[in-house]
Design a protein around this ligand. Structure first.
Ligand SMILES: *Cc1c(COP(=O)(O)O)cnc(C)c1O
Length: 399
């Protein structure tokens, strides 16, 4: 997944062009910037690469989710249905809008289970937010149909699946809006950054202003801009956008390497009887940034994790079930609504409800799942060595 592994001359060249002019801000300073507009250039490259009509860069993926929800009109009291397996940013963004995160079960795709989504719909539901975890995608046809039936918004959190597709379209460009994160460990990085993608001009225009204090960007200079509504500062800087430009040009290379390494590793794991792989709703669209696999039981999975640890090969392998950042089981701060500032009563109620909510279905899946992060800098020989070592350690643990 991590583009930082291939940080190099391309990124330095782009950043140096910004440093030459000293104009680190993406708006204004038309004269002194001497025609250097890295953020605009990156937005154009994103539209072209992923087939999105519009793209609005932000300071992070979390800011991108927040911006997308604002532009889509998700706010106080609105319920947003999202998966119990995701990154904390997904519910942080929902809470920051005054909206209510409604966490529901995942299925073997490691993303939203469509029947769990249906069961969670109430008159307050406004938005369904699939999170395309670990490089692959949710069942978007099923979710789109639910959205159409119930007049709901579809917002894709595609922060972890840059370069993945569903039925020929880039993940993040299929819903009413979609987001990527360009934080340091994502498939391509800006250091920090994110983007809102949409094919809806109104959503884009609102996102553009929202990320810059509500500036309409229609004045002859910033001082002459009007403020049609309230906004925040979620701007990206030119330095960060410059890094992203260097990275996006290498994306095709990253994806090709991920696929190659992923498939080699998989060919070893396939030799272990009982190991199954994550369900990918459109197998042709996997970005291959992770290889996610299941052992037959929770006990065997724990045994394999221990064996991998003892053999010194656990790094880069994730047992999300026991992980603080990604699965509801360990989100005590969320379940006890520990907030620095007052949450609404409805938010507090929804969060404390999570203490007793039933996630047995997700537990059964997550407790048997291990995700292996695919590195770009392995040599082909190293991937084979890794695969052989995996096979040896896993088979010994299971025997
Ligand atoms: C990384 C990530 C985000 C947010 O990204 P930041 O840029 O770190 O704010 C949101 N959702 C998911 C699923 C992520 O993995």
């Amino acid at each position: 997944m991590p583009g930082f592994e291939f940080f190099g001359e391309e990124e330095k060249k782009e950043v140096n062009e910004v440093l030459e002019t000293g104009i680190l801000m993406r708006y204004g300073f038309d004269g002194p910037r001497k025609g250097i507009w890295k953020s605009k250039e990156l937005e154009e490259a994103i539209c072209k690469t992923f087939g999105s009509e519009y793209a609005q860069l932000t300071s992070s993926g979390t800011a991108a989710l927040t911006t997308a929800m604002a532009a889509l009109g998700v706010g106080a009291g609105d319920e947003v249905i999202m998966p119990a397996f995701t990154f904390v940013a997904s519910f942080e963004a929902v809470l920051s809008m005054g909206a209510i995160p409604v966490l529901v079960d995942i299925d073997e795709s490691l993303t939203l289970a469509p029947d769990a989504v249906k069961a969670a719909i109430t008159p307050k539901t406004k938005c369904i937010m699939p999170v395309h975890m670990c490089g692959s995608m949710a069942d978007l046809d099923a979710l789109k149909e639910i959205c159409a039936q119930h007049h709901l918004i579809l917002l894709e959190d595609a922060c972890q699946s840059i370069g993945g597709t569903y039925k020929g379209k880039a993940l993040g460009t299929i819903g009413d809006a979609g987001t990527f994160s360009f934080d340091f460990v994502k498939t391509i990085t800006c250091g920090e950054g994110g983007v809102v993608m949409t094919n809806n001009k109104e959503v884009y225009v609102k996102s553009d202003a929202f990320t810059d204090h509500g500036h309409d960007h229609l004045g002859v200079d910033r001082g002459a801009d009007l403020h049609p509504f309230l906004g925040y500062n979620f701007r990206i800087s030119e330095l960060h956008a410059a890094v992203g430009l260097g990275q996006i040009r290498k994306l095709a290379t990253f994806l090709a390497i991920q696929k190659k390494h992923n498939l080699i590793l998989r060919s070893y794991l396939e030799k272990v009887p009982g190991i199954q792989f994550r369900v990918v709703p459109d197998p042709a669209g996997d970005s291959y940034s992770f290889l996610s696999w299941f052992l037959p039981t929770k006990e065997q999975t724990e045994k394999v994790i221990e064996a991998m640890k003892s053999a010194g090969i656990l790094a880069g392998n994730f047992y999300w079930y026991a992980n603080n950042w990604h699965y509801i089981r360990k989100w005590d701060h969320l379940k006890t609504a520990k907030s620095l500032y007052a949450l609404s009563e409805a938010q507090q109620k929804a969060l404390t409800h999570l203490q007793t909510a039933n996630f047995e279905k997700s537990d059964a899946i997550m407790s048997k799942c291990i995700s292996t992060a695919i590195s770009l800098i392995w040599t082909e020989e190293q991937v084979h060595e890794k695969g052989a070592k995996f096979l040896e350690v896993i088979q010994a643990a299971l025997s």
